[in-house]
Design a protein around this ligand. Structure first.
Ligand SMILES: O=C(O)CCC(=O)C(=O)O
Ligand SMILES: [Fe+2]
Length: 341
């Protein structure tokens, strides 16, 4: 049996800071070739023909070995569910009073779930303007019903850890979130099959690892800029919505309102603005997938700056495998040559 190593939150924070500065330090030397956010129509991946599914998987692979970011269209999530959850975000951030928000503040949660004030949480020492609301996977949100085996990242089996606004304060909020989140979980499981194909693994390779997945998610609010200006990614002007970071899970499914703001860092150190793609949802690779694939798939540094006079809302789902799943380098990503020592 392997000993479980625990780290204090300070150690984890410092480790994450160090990791980010290494990642930022490595920019400026890389190549720009093919770096962007391609749009992949995943409609054909729902076909019963393996050839169709493989064609989508190949496009996903191409995106993952370059920027690690892509849009998906024809993803199967109902338009109303998407609009609905962004509407719930607006209600939460605009309609709740300060006291109602404080009542569900993440400061009261051992796991950091609940409402997050606009405070500096950036690993890059930016003062962040965003407000958030965080929660973790729960069986009731999962259309599969889950298998009852969910464990938190620290191995605890604690349930009821999420802090939802009261039904009286925000009627219909939970249902609106569940409606989209449940569909996004199903999409995540579908994407796992495409990732498996893209990595030359059996299509069902990840299936047993996502029966009670890590599905932390959040709603985000980026206030309108005090100084609305044209997009100029060279300058942040002190108004950082969400500081530079990479996501830590396997992959993120990111739904955004139509206000632009997401920027991704190219290998040569340029910030590239993500365009608005009608009915498109962003998928991006996280650090866990980068590690798991032996750096074949890229987890790219990104940030959010709202330079417009409009508010911006988004909902990232940080999808990961079961927190109690043992991982080792994926078989198709091990070095081809074996060392004799
Ligand atoms: O709001 C966005 O567009 C991005 C959010 C994000 O990158 C994150 O929460 O990790
Ligand atoms: Fe992110």
């Amino acid at each position: 049996m392997t000993a479980v190593q625990t780290r204090t939150s300070n150690e984890a924070w410092n480790g994450a800071k160090q990791y980010l500065s290494q990642r930022l330090g490595s920019h400026g030397q890389g190549e720009e070739t093919d770096f962007g956010i391609p749009i992949i129509d995943i409609g054909p991946s729902y076909s019963s023909d393996l050839g169709d599914r493989n064609k989508v998987a190949e496009q996903i692979r191409q995106a993952c070995v370059t920027s690690g970011f892509f849009y998906i269209t024809n993803h199967g999530i109902d338009k109303q569910a998407c609009q609905g959850v962004l509407h719930q975000a607006k209600r939460l951030f605009k309609d709740l009073s300060r006291d109602q928000k404080e009542a569900i503040s993440l400061k009261k949660s051992p796991y950091g779930y609940g409402w997050e004030d606009a405070i500096s949480t950036s690993l890059h020492d930016d003062v962040e303007l965003k407000e958030g609301f965080n929660w973790s996977y729960e069986d009731d949100l999962d259309p599969s019903g889950g298998d009852g085996g969910y464990v938190q990242l620290d191995g605890s089996t604690a349930t009821d850890v999420n802090q939802w606004p009261g039904e009286k304060d925000l009627p219909g909020f939970y249902e609106g979130v569940k409606n989209y989140y449940g569909s996004a979980l199903q999409l995540a499981r579908h994407l796992c099959r495409l990732f498996a194909l893209s990595l030359n693994l059996p299509e069902d390779y990840f299936d047993p690892m996502i029966t009670h997945p890590s599905g932390n998610s959040r709603l985000m609010y980026y206030p309108p800029s005090k100084n609305p200006r044209p997009l100029d990614t060279a300058s942040a002007d002190g108004e950082v919505g969400l500081g530079a970071h990479s996501d830590y899970q396997v992959f993120t499914i990111l739904l955004c309102s139509s206000t632009p703001g997401l920027e991704i860092l190219s290998p040569s150190g340029r910030w590239i603005t993500a365009p608005t793609v009608k009915d498109g949802i962003i998928v991006n690779i996280g650090d866990m997938m980068m590690r798991w694939t032996n750096d074949t798939y890229k987890s790219t540094v990104h940030r959010v700056i709202n330079r417009t006079a409009e508010p911006r809302y988004s909902m990232p789902l940080f999808f990961g495998i079961n927190n109690d799943q043992m991982v080792e380098t994926l078989p198709s990503c091990r070095l081809a040559t074996t060392r004799n020592y």
